[in-house]
Design a protein. Sequence first.
Length: 566
Amino acid sequence: MLTATTDHGVSPRIARPASSPGASRNWWRDAVVYQVYVRSFLDSTGDGIGDLAGVRAGLPYLRKLGVDGIWLSPVYPSPQHDHGYDVADYLDVDPVYGDLEEFDRLVAAAHRLGLKVVLDIVPNHCSSEHPWFRAALAEGPGGPHRALFHFADGRGAEGEMPPNNWRAMFGGPAWSRVTEPGGEPGQWYLHLFTPEQPDLNWRDPAVAEHFDHVLRFWLDRGVDGFRVDVAAGLFKHPELPDSPDPEADERTRDSVNPLAWNQPEVHGVWRRWRALCDEYAERDGLDRLLVGEVSVPTAREHAKYVRPDELHQAFFFHLLGAPWDADTFRGVIEEALRDIAGTGSTVTWVLNNHDQVRTVTRYAGEGSGPGNPGLGAARARAAALLMLALPGAAYVYQGEELGLPEVVDLPDEVLTDPIFRRTGSRSRIRDGCRVPLPWSGHASPFGFSSGAEEARPWLPQPEWFAEHATDRALADTRSFWHLYRDGLQLRRDLPQLGEGTLRWLEAPPEVLAFERGDGLVCAVNFGTSPVPAPVPGTPLLASGQCPDGTLPGSTAAWWVTDPAPR
């Protein structure tokens, strides 16, 4: 049998407090989960990089905010060519983040506070430093480890051309040529992201068997589920023919290649993983969540991944990508509720994540010339209340609750995103939303790093981060933080919110209004001029100043017309 990694022994089974809040088979259906980008959350050692002990120290803050759980970005050993999404060992923790004992302490602490822990898992590709890939290079063509990846002979008289025309998501060809053990130019291997991230061949049974072991290893350590990276990938067309996409060029992501994405065989993996997670749930009555990063063109395709025997949920990115427009938002919401909720799953809403420009900046430039930060912030606040009022689950990206804008002026020399390294273009770089969080004070590192004052965060923080520091946000009842906290508290307290029905109400142009359950009304004014409020009286919660009878522009509000008894 092929060996993937060093043997780390038997994982301990972590005891769970039976009275944990949200301890049920259906906790995920209307949960709000906080995405922790570990490198940028909180640094406990003073090396400028966030770590697991820092996450553990921040758990009371997240519990106070009111989320139901956390999603951790990858913390596995990795050379960090793509900040952990290039995994060298799926059964350990990178020393920069801590160790397995610290991971166990984090899980136990989260469970004591009633918080779920969802771990990022990366099954589409691994690191070029993974033992499997190193063995594949060492053994040459035809070796058993090469079958675990997509190795192929090149085209041309000397095999000097890639096997097909596929492009990588991060720029450049999706193929790299290796030097064989004898020193001669040899085969090519497939990597849909960077050359340091070779794609695994899921048609080889050893890959599926290994990931069964990986899932059990972390489930036995107490995690409550997995966020599945590149969940529409894994399987490629077995003949690896040329892509029919004529628009892909050297600077763009080949994300529409139907030969590399959304192959029908991938659904067998999710049925296998769902059965494994259900096995654990049957033991103690607690669902282990599978939430997928599913990038497909339509909600109907998306829905296939969340059928009752596959993933529990999949991020619905169409809202994240929607322009600030009432008709567009309504169309996206209707499509999701029709196609996804119809499977028996719930929609998983998201407005921000570690790959996208933050909403405060994204919304600032739409219809406002070069950009209006104040307008962007108002729209981001309104969008947050809209998302929290929708049926289903929601994910909040760290710093979203602080109203952090994108850092758009990072110097070229500090950028770490492989997209920039491979294309030379700043248009799609993701460093700007990954700058370490500001916690306190008036100068960098803003409480992010403990220890020496001269400790520098791994990405530089701008001076204006002081305006968004957590200590300032907690002290200001008008801040983003209090808006999120109040919205999350009402989701817990009001039976109309969370999972349930949505009914659209008549509203003026540029306004969306809907009723949740019996008597909870949410309205959002996408325009710039005030309109009459759909409900008389003072709102229960509003994203901005909202006088009785009026809904100002770029504002959302909630009203309860007939509070249900509790």
